[in-house]
Write a protein that binds this ligand. Structure first.
Ligand SMILES: *[C@@H]1O[C@H](CO)[C@@H](O)[C@H](O)[C@H]1NC(C)=O
Ligand SMILES: *[C@@H]1O[C@H](CO)[C@@H](O)[C@H](O)[C@H]1NC(C)=O
Ligand SMILES: *[C@@H]1O[C@H](CO)[C@@H](O)[C@H](O)[C@H]1NC(C)=O
Ligand SMILES: *[C@@H]1O[C@H](CO)[C@@H](O)[C@H](O)[C@H]1NC(C)=O
Ligand SMILES: *[C@@H]1O[C@H](CO)[C@@H](O)[C@H](O)[C@H]1NC(C)=O
Ligand SMILES: *[C@@H]1O[C@H](CO)[C@@H](O)[C@H](O)[C@H]1NC(C)=O
Ligand SMILES: *[C@@H]1O[C@H](CO)[C@@H](O)[C@H](O)[C@H]1NC(C)=O
Ligand SMILES: *[C@@H]1O[C@H](CO)[C@@H](O)[C@H](O)[C@H]1NC(C)=O
Length: 528
């Protein structure tokens, strides 16, 4: 592995110090020194750098499985295309969601045993969101043992792999996602949960050594629906041979779009004004909409600690008479006009991390930007290595993963968002529940998550009773990294420097919070 291909900073620092040495501009010399120190720190927390020779000698397996059926899923960590280190043994393939021998619906999974033998009894489930986005995105670019993130020329070992803390299974779900097979036929997330639990039952029949494991569910984005609903289903339908203890969701969908996108949108743009450099007349137009629709003072008036009562809907809200779903009046839309306008001003604008600038980094999975390069999981050699079917693989499926029972065609999720439905029960039945949110995420805005939390009643009280203290989240050996609050079983953390995919953008911070979820540390916050 060549660190310099990962971190062009090295070259930059070298260039600067050469160019400015001996010059009268001390500030520039100092800046170059700081950059060099920064690079040293980066190197030291990324762990010992790999030898330039590929390390292909086999690692000793920490886990083996007796059932002969497990063999067909085995993946040799020295034989993954383009991975020039031994990633270790893993197991992948398609697993039916029921014991019916004619079952056509199968979920694709990739299971990795922990690299730390003392965590062998811990199993963590990961799903991406979408709906319809593949969990292999999380695997390869967020929290898996192999990291091939945006802009990386080649895959590298991930020093923040969650497999250090537990056995981890990445699952492409629901049916209709990634390599998973079968015709989608769910209309809501209880049905989604039933299928995920059906899958887990089949999975445990093959990998029976995992039965009885301590168990946690994690995911990102639309998994803010999936994960709480799956957890709720498991708590309400005992029988799965795993001991569920809690969930972790990042930048989750968990309330109305009105709450998570529209109300906080203008405040977000104003707080990041250098990245949303609209002219005065456009800002005045936005301000007018915000004032007229009841968004401007909403957070100051209603997101109080403790809350003064149930949080009202602003005048810009609509309610569907039939489904009671809350929406936004067409003339009150804030989020789309802001995103549209900023993406004209800045062609490299990234709604998933607003601090991104030109050039847009390539992504080996073709997401969020399509690239001229190959898509890793769309290659037949990769598909063969992981027992995946030869199909056109895309990170986020084009089709719907839900059906509409009325018209018997593609549909939408009819579930009520988790913080307005199942989440209180999940928190109450869990040991730990962790919600994290990146502060540079504009697809879902952290202040919207605060609205949702303050409007939720769990363990006998509504919302947090005391304020979220600023600068209360510390990453070990780094310092202040955002805001943390914990009450009555719910932990909420806001990450600085992070967009939507927190384990990708701030792996150190995400790692600390997942480590807390799994009971490996007493507080998600660290010391500096
Ligand atoms: C392995 O996990 C145990 C228990 O979580 C922990 O105490 C130990 O420090 C870990 N070892 C390493 C090398 O990370
Ligand atoms: C989906 O299809 C399967 C197989 O035909 C059927 O058993 C199941 O009840 C269907 N599920 C739903 C939610 O319609
Ligand atoms: C201000 O910005 C808006 C939206 O970008 C644009 O349509 C308008 O022409 C701009 N006005 C001036 C005076 O630049
Ligand atoms: C605000 O918007 C309303 C409705 O679109 C419009 O009538 C009014 O002129 C606007 N006010 C300003 C100051 O732009
Ligand atoms: C707050 O919760 C109540 C009760 O579930 C609901 O009626 C109301 O619409 C919610 N408000 C917001 C802003 O979501
Ligand atoms: C919904 O209910 C409101 C108030 O009762 C009514 O004014 C409106 O026409 C109804 N909308 C539809 C689509 O039925
Ligand atoms: C995936 O591979 C197929 C051929 O194997 C190709 O037709 C398709 O365009 C590829 N898709 C992407 C997104 O690269
Ligand atoms: C299902 O389809 C019917 C008929 O096209 C439509 O009226 C309804 O809104 C759809 N439901 C959902 C949840 O999309």
């Amino acid at each position: 592995m060549r660190l310099s291909t990962l971190f062009p900073l090295a070259t930059l620092a070298a260039l600067c110090s050469a160019r400015f040495s001996g010059s009268a501009m001390e500030g520039l010399e100092e800046a170059a020194n700081f950059q060099a120190e920064q690079l040293d720190r980066m190197r030291s927390f990324l762990g010992p750098s790999q030898a330039s020779e590929p390390q292909l000698q086999k690692r000793e397996p920490i886990m083996t499985f007796k059932n002969p059926k497990a063999k067909q899923f085995h993946v040799d960590g020295t034989k993954l295309p383009d991975v020039n280190f031994d990633a270790g043994d893993s197991w992948a393939g398609l697993m039916p969601i029921s014991s019916d021998p004619h079952e056509t619906r199968k979920l694709f999974f990739w299971f990795w045993p922990t690299t730390n033998a003392s965590n062998k009894n811990d199993l963590l489930f990961w799903t991406n969101g979408g709906p319809g986005c593949s969990s292999l995105e999380g695997f390869l670019q967020e929290n898996g043992p192999i990291s091939w993130s945006w802009g990386q020329s080649e895959p590298t070992p991930n020093p923040f792999a969650w497999t250090q803390l537990a056995n981890v299974v990445w699952v492409e779900q629901p049916v209709g996602t990634g390599f998973s097979q079968g015709v989608p036929n769910i209309t809501n997330d209880d049905e989604l949960a039933a299928q995920a639990v059906g899958f887990l039952g089949q999975f445990l029949d093959v990998f029976e050594e995992l039965k009885g494991s301590d168990f946690w569910l994690s995911g990102e984005s639309y998994a803010g629906f999936y994960v709480p609903y799956i957890a709720n289903f498991i708590y309400e339908h005992p029988g799965l041979a795993l001991n569920l203890h809690g969930i972790w969701i990042a930048d989750p969908s968990l309330s109305w779009g009105l709450v998570q996108q529209e109300i906080p949108a203008l405040r977000f743009a104003l707080a990041h004004k250098d990245l949303f450099p609209f002219n005065a007349s456009f800002y005045a137009q936005l301000q007018n909409i915000s004032d007229t629709c009841g968004f401007t003072d909403y957070l100051d008036d209603f997101v109080t600690y403790p809350p003064k009562g149930q949080l009202p809907l602003p005048v810009g809200a609509t309610i569907n008479n039939e489904t009671l779903a809350v929406g936004v009046r067409a003339d009150c839309r804030m989020h789309s006009p802001i995103q549209r306008e900023v993406s004209i001003l800045n062609p490299a604008f990234d709604v998933y991390r607003v601090s991104d600038t030109f050039p847009t980094l390539w992504s080996v999975i073709g997401f969020p930007e399509s690239t001229q390069q190959f898509v890793y999981f769309n290659r037949t050699d990769v598909q063969d290595a992981i027992h995946a079917p030869h199909i056109d693989w895309v990170t986020c499926s084009d089709g719907s993963v839900y059906t509409n029972a009325t018209r018997n065609g593609p549909g939408r999720d009819t579930s009520v968002a988790s913080m307005l439905s199942v989440m209180p029960n999940v928190i109450e039945k869990s040991v730990r529940t962790v919600v994290v949110h990146g502060l540079a995420d504009f697809i879902l805005v952290a202040e919207g998550t605060r609205i949702a939390i303050q409007n939720m009643t769990w363990n006998g009280l509504q919302g947090f009773q005391t304020p979220i203290e600023p600068d209360s989240f510390i990453v070990d050996n780094m310092g202040n990294f955002g805001n943390l609050h914990q009450e009555r079983g719910l932990t909420y953390v806001e990450f600085s420097y992070s967009g939507h995919m927190t384990p990708q953008f701030v792996p150190w911070a995400a790692f600390q919070t997942i480590s807390f979820l799994l009971g490996k540390r007493d507080s998600p916050s660290g010391t500096f």
